[in-house]
Ligand binder design. Sequence first.
Ligand SMILES: [Zn+2]
Length: 419
Amino acid sequence: MEQLVIGLFLVLFTLEFIVESVLNELNLGYVRARRPAGNIPDFVAAKMTAREYDKSIQYTLAKGNFQRYSEVYGRVVMLVVLFGGLLPFCDRVASSLAGAPPSLPYANGIIFCFGVGLIVSLAGLPVDLYATFGLEARFGFNKTTWHLYLSDKLKGILLGVIVGAPFLMVVFWLMDNPGPYWWLWALLFISGFQFVMIIAYPVFIAPWFNKFEPLKDGEFRDRILALAEKVGFKTRGIFSMDGSKRSGHSNAYFTGIGKAKRIVLFDTLLEQMTIEQGLAVLAHEMGHSKMKHIRRMLVVQLVFLLIGLYLLSLLLGYRPLYTAFGLNSSSHAALVLFSLISGPATFYLTPLMNRLSRKHEYEADCFAALTLGDGKAMEEALINLTVKNLSNLTPHPWYSAYHYSHPTTAERIHALRGL
Ligand SMILES: [Zn+2]
Protein backbone atom coordinates (compact mmCIF):
# COMPACT_ATOMS: atom_id res chain seq x y z
CA MET A 1 0.00 0.00 0.00
CA GLU A 2 2.89 2.32 0.68
CA GLN A 3 3.99 1.96 -2.92
CA LEU A 4 0.53 3.01 -3.99
CA VAL A 5 0.65 6.17 -1.84
CA ILE A 6 4.14 7.08 -3.07
CA GLY A 7 3.30 6.22 -6.68
CA LEU A 8 0.13 8.28 -6.69
CA PHE A 9 1.91 11.23 -5.13
CA LEU A 10 4.80 11.06 -7.62
CA VAL A 11 2.44 10.92 -10.59
CA LEU A 12 0.52 14.01 -9.43
CA PHE A 13 3.73 15.77 -8.43
CA THR A 14 5.27 15.18 -11.89
CA LEU A 15 2.08 16.19 -13.64
CA GLU A 16 2.01 19.47 -11.73
CA PHE A 17 5.62 20.11 -12.68
CA ILE A 18 4.87 19.46 -16.35
CA VAL A 19 1.82 21.72 -16.41
CA GLU A 20 3.70 24.54 -14.63
CA SER A 21 6.69 24.26 -16.95
CA VAL A 22 4.68 24.06 -20.16
CA LEU A 23 2.66 27.14 -19.18
CA ASN A 24 5.82 29.04 -18.31
CA GLU A 25 7.55 28.10 -21.58
CA LEU A 26 4.47 29.02 -23.62
CA ASN A 27 4.34 32.38 -21.89
CA LEU A 28 8.05 33.05 -22.40
CA GLY A 29 7.86 32.21 -26.09
CA TYR A 30 4.75 34.32 -26.57
CA VAL A 31 6.28 37.36 -24.90
CA ARG A 32 9.66 36.98 -26.64
CA ALA A 33 7.93 37.00 -30.01
CA ARG A 34 6.39 40.37 -29.14
CA ARG A 35 9.64 42.00 -28.16
CA PRO A 36 10.30 44.16 -31.27
CA ALA A 37 9.13 47.71 -30.52
CA GLY A 38 6.44 47.68 -33.23
CA ASN A 39 4.43 45.30 -31.05
CA ILE A 40 3.46 47.78 -28.35
CA PRO A 41 -0.26 47.14 -27.85
CA ASP A 42 -2.42 50.03 -29.08
CA PHE A 43 -4.00 50.82 -25.75
CA VAL A 44 -0.67 51.80 -24.16
CA ALA A 45 1.15 53.04 -27.23
CA ALA A 46 0.58 56.69 -26.29
CA LYS A 47 1.55 56.18 -22.63
CA MET A 48 4.73 54.19 -22.98
CA THR A 49 8.09 54.75 -24.64
CA ALA A 50 9.75 52.00 -26.68
CA ARG A 51 12.34 51.76 -23.92
CA GLU A 52 9.77 51.24 -21.20
CA TYR A 53 8.09 48.61 -23.34
CA ASP A 54 11.34 46.76 -23.82
CA LYS A 55 12.04 46.95 -20.11
CA SER A 56 8.65 45.40 -19.33
CA ILE A 57 9.45 42.55 -21.73
CA GLN A 58 12.87 42.07 -20.16
CA TYR A 59 11.31 42.01 -16.70
CA THR A 60 8.76 39.37 -17.73
CA LEU A 61 11.44 37.26 -19.43
CA ALA A 62 13.76 37.54 -16.42
CA LYS A 63 10.98 36.44 -14.07
CA GLY A 64 9.99 33.53 -16.32
CA ASN A 65 13.58 32.44 -16.69
CA PHE A 66 14.06 32.57 -12.93
CA GLN A 67 10.85 30.57 -12.57
CA ARG A 68 12.45 27.74 -14.58
CA TYR A 69 15.22 27.29 -12.04
CA SER A 70 13.24 28.00 -8.89
CA GLU A 71 10.60 25.49 -10.01
CA VAL A 72 13.17 22.70 -10.38
CA TYR A 73 14.92 23.71 -7.16
CA GLY A 74 11.64 23.77 -5.21
CA ARG A 75 10.74 20.32 -6.50
CA VAL A 76 14.10 18.87 -5.48
CA VAL A 77 13.73 20.39 -2.01
CA MET A 78 10.28 18.87 -1.67
CA LEU A 79 11.53 15.40 -2.65
CA VAL A 80 14.45 15.65 -0.21
CA VAL A 81 12.13 16.71 2.61
CA LEU A 82 9.66 13.92 1.90
CA PHE A 83 11.99 11.07 1.05
CA GLY A 84 15.40 12.06 2.44
CA GLY A 85 14.67 11.01 6.03
CA LEU A 86 14.15 14.58 7.29
CA LEU A 87 10.60 13.99 8.51
CA PRO A 88 11.39 10.99 10.76
CA PHE A 89 14.47 12.86 11.98
CA CYS A 90 12.35 15.91 12.91
CA ASP A 91 9.83 13.68 14.64
CA ARG A 92 12.55 12.02 16.76
CA VAL A 93 14.10 15.37 17.71
CA ALA A 94 10.69 16.84 18.50
CA SER A 95 9.68 14.01 20.76
CA SER A 96 12.95 14.09 22.69
CA LEU A 97 12.76 17.89 23.07
CA ALA A 98 9.12 17.69 24.13
CA GLY A 99 9.99 15.13 26.80
CA ALA A 100 12.25 17.63 28.58
CA PRO A 101 10.59 19.95 31.12
CA PRO A 102 8.48 21.99 31.07
CA SER A 103 6.44 19.44 29.16
CA LEU A 104 3.55 21.32 27.62
CA PRO A 105 0.56 19.65 26.01
CA TYR A 106 1.16 18.77 22.36
CA ALA A 107 4.71 20.16 22.53
CA ASN A 108 5.84 17.21 20.44
CA GLY A 109 3.46 18.05 17.58
CA ILE A 110 4.07 21.78 17.76
CA ILE A 111 7.86 21.41 17.67
CA PHE A 112 7.55 18.97 14.77
CA CYS A 113 5.41 21.41 12.75
CA PHE A 114 7.75 24.32 13.42
CA GLY A 115 10.79 22.15 12.70
CA VAL A 116 9.49 21.11 9.30
CA GLY A 117 8.32 24.67 8.60
CA LEU A 118 11.78 25.99 9.44
CA ILE A 119 13.51 23.49 7.16
CA VAL A 120 11.20 24.33 4.26
CA SER A 121 11.66 28.10 4.78
CA LEU A 122 15.43 27.84 5.11
CA ALA A 123 15.56 25.82 1.90
CA GLY A 124 13.47 28.49 0.19
CA LEU A 125 15.73 31.30 1.38
CA PRO A 126 18.12 31.34 -1.61
CA VAL A 127 15.17 31.72 -3.99
CA ASP A 128 13.66 34.49 -1.90
CA LEU A 129 17.00 36.27 -1.55
CA TYR A 130 17.70 36.18 -5.25
CA ALA A 131 14.18 37.33 -6.11
CA THR A 132 14.47 40.29 -3.74
CA PHE A 133 18.09 41.41 -4.04
CA GLY A 134 18.79 40.10 -7.53
CA LEU A 135 15.78 40.25 -9.79
CA GLU A 136 13.67 42.97 -8.18
CA ALA A 137 16.74 45.09 -7.50
CA ARG A 138 17.92 44.79 -11.11
CA PHE A 139 14.69 46.36 -12.33
CA GLY A 140 14.75 49.03 -9.67
CA PHE A 141 11.85 47.74 -7.59
CA ASN A 142 13.60 46.47 -4.51
CA LYS A 143 13.99 49.03 -1.73
CA THR A 144 14.50 46.55 1.11
CA THR A 145 17.79 46.77 2.96
CA TRP A 146 19.52 43.72 4.42
CA HIS A 147 18.71 45.01 7.85
CA LEU A 148 15.01 45.37 7.08
CA TYR A 149 14.93 42.00 5.31
CA LEU A 150 16.42 40.25 8.33
CA SER A 151 14.21 42.00 10.84
CA ASP A 152 11.12 41.16 8.74
CA LYS A 153 12.09 37.49 8.75
CA LEU A 154 12.73 37.43 12.51
CA LYS A 155 9.46 39.19 13.24
CA GLY A 156 7.70 36.73 10.96
CA ILE A 157 9.14 33.76 12.86
CA LEU A 158 8.26 35.29 16.22
CA LEU A 159 4.74 36.00 15.07
CA GLY A 160 4.43 32.47 13.70
CA VAL A 161 5.36 31.05 17.10
CA ILE A 162 3.15 33.40 19.15
CA VAL A 163 0.09 32.90 16.96
CA GLY A 164 0.86 29.43 15.61
CA ALA A 165 1.62 27.53 18.84
CA PRO A 166 -1.74 28.11 20.57
CA PHE A 167 -3.51 27.58 17.24
CA LEU A 168 -1.85 24.20 16.71
CA MET A 169 -2.47 23.21 20.32
CA VAL A 170 -6.24 23.61 19.84
CA VAL A 171 -6.22 21.84 16.47
CA PHE A 172 -4.30 18.85 17.89
CA TRP A 173 -6.62 18.71 20.87
CA LEU A 174 -9.62 18.58 18.52
CA MET A 175 -7.98 15.89 16.41
CA ASP A 176 -7.08 13.76 19.42
CA ASN A 177 -10.42 13.98 21.16
CA PRO A 178 -12.43 13.00 18.23
CA GLY A 179 -16.02 12.36 18.21
CA PRO A 180 -16.74 11.43 14.67
CA TYR A 181 -17.21 15.09 13.85
CA TRP A 182 -13.97 16.65 15.07
CA TRP A 183 -13.42 18.07 11.57
CA LEU A 184 -16.59 20.15 11.92
CA TRP A 185 -15.36 21.54 15.24
CA ALA A 186 -12.01 22.23 13.62
CA LEU A 187 -13.77 24.12 10.83
CA LEU A 188 -15.62 26.22 13.39
CA PHE A 189 -12.44 26.89 15.30
CA ILE A 190 -10.40 27.80 12.22
CA SER A 191 -13.07 30.15 10.84
CA GLY A 192 -13.38 31.81 14.28
CA PHE A 193 -9.61 32.13 14.35
CA GLN A 194 -9.60 33.74 10.89
CA PHE A 195 -12.27 36.17 12.02
CA VAL A 196 -10.17 37.23 15.02
CA MET A 197 -7.10 37.61 12.78
CA ILE A 198 -9.00 39.85 10.35
CA ILE A 199 -9.79 42.17 13.26
CA ALA A 200 -6.39 41.88 14.94
CA TYR A 201 -4.27 42.24 11.80
CA PRO A 202 -4.66 45.99 11.08
CA VAL A 203 -4.49 46.95 14.76
CA PHE A 204 -1.75 44.73 16.19
CA ILE A 205 0.18 43.03 13.42
CA ALA A 206 0.48 45.34 10.40
CA PRO A 207 1.84 48.31 12.46
CA TRP A 208 4.70 46.07 13.55
CA PHE A 209 5.93 45.92 9.95
CA ASN A 210 4.85 49.29 8.55
CA LYS A 211 4.10 52.80 9.60
CA PHE A 212 0.51 53.91 9.10
CA GLU A 213 -0.39 57.55 9.08
CA PRO A 214 -3.83 59.07 8.63
CA LEU A 215 -4.01 60.54 5.15
CA LYS A 216 -3.34 64.26 5.29
CA ASP A 217 -6.24 66.68 4.97
CA GLY A 218 -6.62 67.90 1.46
CA GLU A 219 -8.46 67.43 -1.79
CA PHE A 220 -7.71 63.72 -2.13
CA ARG A 221 -8.93 62.88 1.36
CA ASP A 222 -12.09 64.97 0.95
CA ARG A 223 -12.89 63.34 -2.34
CA ILE A 224 -12.32 59.82 -1.00
CA LEU A 225 -14.72 60.56 1.86
CA ALA A 226 -17.27 62.00 -0.56
CA LEU A 227 -16.92 58.88 -2.72
CA ALA A 228 -17.36 56.57 0.30
CA GLU A 229 -20.44 58.55 1.31
CA LYS A 230 -21.86 58.35 -2.19
CA VAL A 231 -21.59 54.57 -2.46
CA GLY A 232 -22.50 53.96 1.19
CA PHE A 233 -19.11 52.58 2.17
CA LYS A 234 -18.46 52.72 5.92
CA THR A 235 -14.87 53.28 6.91
CA ARG A 236 -12.89 53.98 10.01
CA GLY A 237 -10.04 55.99 8.62
CA ILE A 238 -7.89 56.39 5.54
CA PHE A 239 -4.21 55.63 6.03
CA SER A 240 -1.07 55.96 4.02
CA MET A 241 1.49 53.20 4.48
CA ASP A 242 5.24 53.36 3.91
CA GLY A 243 5.29 50.55 1.34
CA SER A 244 8.19 52.32 -0.38
CA LYS A 245 10.63 51.08 2.26
CA ARG A 246 10.38 47.58 0.78
CA SER A 247 9.35 47.87 -2.84
CA GLY A 248 8.56 50.28 -5.64
CA HIS A 249 5.43 48.29 -6.54
CA SER A 250 2.27 50.11 -5.57
CA ASN A 251 -1.01 49.00 -4.10
CA ALA A 252 -4.13 49.92 -2.15
CA TYR A 253 -6.28 47.72 0.05
CA PHE A 254 -8.92 47.56 2.75
CA THR A 255 -8.58 45.75 6.03
CA GLY A 256 -11.04 44.92 8.79
CA ILE A 257 -14.72 44.14 8.54
CA GLY A 258 -18.06 45.90 8.81
CA LYS A 259 -17.89 49.48 9.93
CA ALA A 260 -14.31 49.15 11.13
CA LYS A 261 -12.82 48.93 7.63
CA ARG A 262 -9.66 50.89 7.01
CA ILE A 263 -8.55 52.14 3.65
CA VAL A 264 -4.81 51.73 3.21
CA LEU A 265 -2.92 53.45 0.40
CA PHE A 266 0.73 52.71 -0.31
CA ASP A 267 2.81 55.87 -0.39
CA THR A 268 4.09 54.64 -3.76
CA LEU A 269 0.55 54.76 -5.12
CA LEU A 270 0.05 58.30 -3.83
CA GLU A 271 3.24 59.36 -5.59
CA GLN A 272 2.55 57.66 -8.90
CA MET A 273 -1.10 58.52 -9.46
CA THR A 274 -3.24 61.54 -10.05
CA ILE A 275 -6.18 62.16 -7.73
CA GLU A 276 -8.61 61.01 -10.41
CA GLN A 277 -6.74 57.74 -10.89
CA GLY A 278 -6.42 57.14 -7.15
CA LEU A 279 -10.16 57.67 -6.75
CA ALA A 280 -10.84 55.16 -9.52
CA VAL A 281 -8.70 52.56 -7.74
CA LEU A 282 -10.60 53.16 -4.52
CA ALA A 283 -13.97 53.06 -6.26
CA HIS A 284 -12.92 49.69 -7.68
CA GLU A 285 -12.01 48.43 -4.20
CA MET A 286 -15.27 49.73 -2.76
CA GLY A 287 -17.01 47.84 -5.58
CA HIS A 288 -15.52 44.58 -4.27
CA SER A 289 -16.84 45.38 -0.87
CA LYS A 290 -20.31 46.56 -1.94
CA MET A 291 -20.81 43.54 -4.19
CA LYS A 292 -19.81 41.16 -1.38
CA HIS A 293 -16.89 39.69 -3.32
CA ILE A 294 -14.70 39.40 -0.28
CA ARG A 295 -17.39 37.58 1.66
CA ARG A 296 -18.06 35.25 -1.27
CA MET A 297 -14.37 34.36 -1.58
CA LEU A 298 -14.24 33.64 2.16
CA VAL A 299 -17.22 31.29 1.83
CA VAL A 300 -15.59 29.48 -1.09
CA GLN A 301 -12.40 29.10 0.94
CA LEU A 302 -14.40 27.74 3.87
CA VAL A 303 -16.01 25.14 1.62
CA PHE A 304 -12.54 24.04 0.45
CA LEU A 305 -11.37 23.97 4.05
CA LEU A 306 -14.36 21.84 4.98
CA ILE A 307 -13.60 19.36 2.22
CA GLY A 308 -9.91 19.35 3.18
CA LEU A 309 -10.63 18.69 6.85
CA TYR A 310 -13.11 15.95 5.99
CA LEU A 311 -10.52 14.24 3.76
CA LEU A 312 -7.97 14.62 6.53
CA SER A 313 -10.38 12.92 8.94
CA LEU A 314 -10.73 10.01 6.50
CA LEU A 315 -6.96 9.69 6.06
CA LEU A 316 -6.12 10.06 9.73
CA GLY A 317 -6.38 6.35 10.43
CA TYR A 318 -4.80 5.19 7.17
CA ARG A 319 -1.44 3.79 8.23
CA PRO A 320 0.27 3.49 4.81
CA LEU A 321 0.08 7.29 4.49
CA TYR A 322 2.49 7.62 7.42
CA THR A 323 4.72 4.65 6.80
CA ALA A 324 5.21 5.69 3.15
CA PHE A 325 7.11 8.71 4.47
CA GLY A 326 8.82 6.92 7.36
CA LEU A 327 6.54 8.28 10.09
CA ASN A 328 4.39 6.79 12.81
CA SER A 329 0.73 7.70 12.82
CA SER A 330 -0.03 10.80 14.86
CA SER A 331 -2.17 13.87 14.38
CA HIS A 332 0.84 16.12 13.83
CA ALA A 333 2.30 13.78 11.21
CA ALA A 334 -1.08 13.74 9.44
CA LEU A 335 -1.34 17.52 9.47
CA VAL A 336 2.18 18.11 8.11
CA LEU A 337 1.98 15.35 5.50
CA PHE A 338 -1.40 16.57 4.36
CA SER A 339 -0.16 20.12 3.89
CA LEU A 340 3.03 18.99 2.15
CA ILE A 341 1.51 16.52 -0.30
CA SER A 342 -1.91 18.02 -1.05
CA GLY A 343 -0.44 20.71 -3.32
CA PRO A 344 -0.26 18.63 -6.53
CA ALA A 345 -3.96 17.75 -6.12
CA THR A 346 -5.28 21.21 -5.22
CA PHE A 347 -3.17 22.76 -7.99
CA TYR A 348 -6.02 22.21 -10.42
CA LEU A 349 -8.34 24.38 -8.35
CA THR A 350 -6.09 27.39 -9.09
CA PRO A 351 -7.62 28.22 -12.49
CA LEU A 352 -11.16 27.83 -11.11
CA MET A 353 -10.50 30.19 -8.22
CA ASN A 354 -8.76 32.63 -10.55
CA ARG A 355 -11.69 32.53 -12.91
CA LEU A 356 -14.05 33.54 -10.13
CA SER A 357 -11.61 36.22 -9.03
CA ARG A 358 -11.38 37.64 -12.57
CA LYS A 359 -15.15 37.79 -12.77
CA HIS A 360 -15.12 39.87 -9.60
CA GLU A 361 -12.46 42.17 -11.04
CA TYR A 362 -14.59 42.91 -14.12
CA GLU A 363 -17.55 43.65 -11.86
CA ALA A 364 -15.52 45.97 -9.65
CA ASP A 365 -14.16 47.82 -12.69
CA CYS A 366 -17.70 48.23 -13.93
CA PHE A 367 -18.79 49.49 -10.51
CA ALA A 368 -15.98 52.08 -10.52
CA ALA A 369 -16.89 53.29 -14.00
CA LEU A 370 -20.57 53.64 -13.17
CA THR A 371 -19.85 55.37 -9.87
CA LEU A 372 -17.44 57.87 -11.41
CA GLY A 373 -19.62 58.51 -14.46
CA ASP A 374 -17.31 56.89 -17.02
CA GLY A 375 -14.43 54.45 -17.34
CA LYS A 376 -11.81 57.04 -18.30
CA ALA A 377 -10.10 57.41 -14.90
CA MET A 378 -10.17 53.66 -14.25
CA GLU A 379 -8.59 53.06 -17.64
CA GLU A 380 -5.85 55.60 -16.95
CA ALA A 381 -5.20 54.14 -13.51
CA LEU A 382 -4.85 50.66 -15.00
CA ILE A 383 -2.43 51.84 -17.67
CA ASN A 384 -0.47 53.81 -15.11
CA LEU A 385 -0.17 50.77 -12.80
CA THR A 386 0.76 48.51 -15.69
CA VAL A 387 3.49 50.81 -16.96
CA LYS A 388 4.95 51.61 -13.52
CA ASN A 389 4.94 47.97 -12.41
CA LEU A 390 6.35 46.79 -15.77
CA SER A 391 3.52 44.25 -15.90
CA ASN A 392 3.39 41.75 -18.71
CA LEU A 393 1.26 43.39 -21.41
CA THR A 394 0.84 40.25 -23.49
CA PRO A 395 0.78 37.05 -21.44
CA HIS A 396 0.01 33.81 -23.25
CA PRO A 397 -3.79 33.29 -23.02
CA TRP A 398 -3.42 29.86 -21.36
CA TYR A 399 -0.93 31.23 -18.86
CA SER A 400 -3.13 34.12 -17.82
CA ALA A 401 -6.24 31.91 -17.73
CA TYR A 402 -4.45 29.58 -15.34
CA HIS A 403 -2.45 31.91 -13.15
CA TYR A 404 -3.94 35.40 -13.29
CA SER A 405 -6.27 36.46 -10.49
CA HIS A 406 -6.91 39.67 -12.46
CA PRO A 407 -7.80 39.91 -16.14
CA THR A 408 -4.96 41.29 -18.25
CA THR A 409 -4.83 45.06 -18.65
CA ALA A 410 -5.90 44.71 -22.28
CA GLU A 411 -8.94 42.65 -21.28
CA ARG A 412 -9.96 45.09 -18.56
CA ILE A 413 -9.64 48.10 -20.83
CA HIS A 414 -11.57 46.33 -23.55
CA ALA A 415 -14.37 45.61 -21.07
CA LEU A 416 -14.36 49.20 -19.77
CA ARG A 417 -14.63 50.62 -23.28
CA GLY A 418 -17.47 48.22 -24.02
CA LEU A 419 -19.63 49.61 -21.21
ZN1 LIG B 1 -9.89 44.26 -7.65
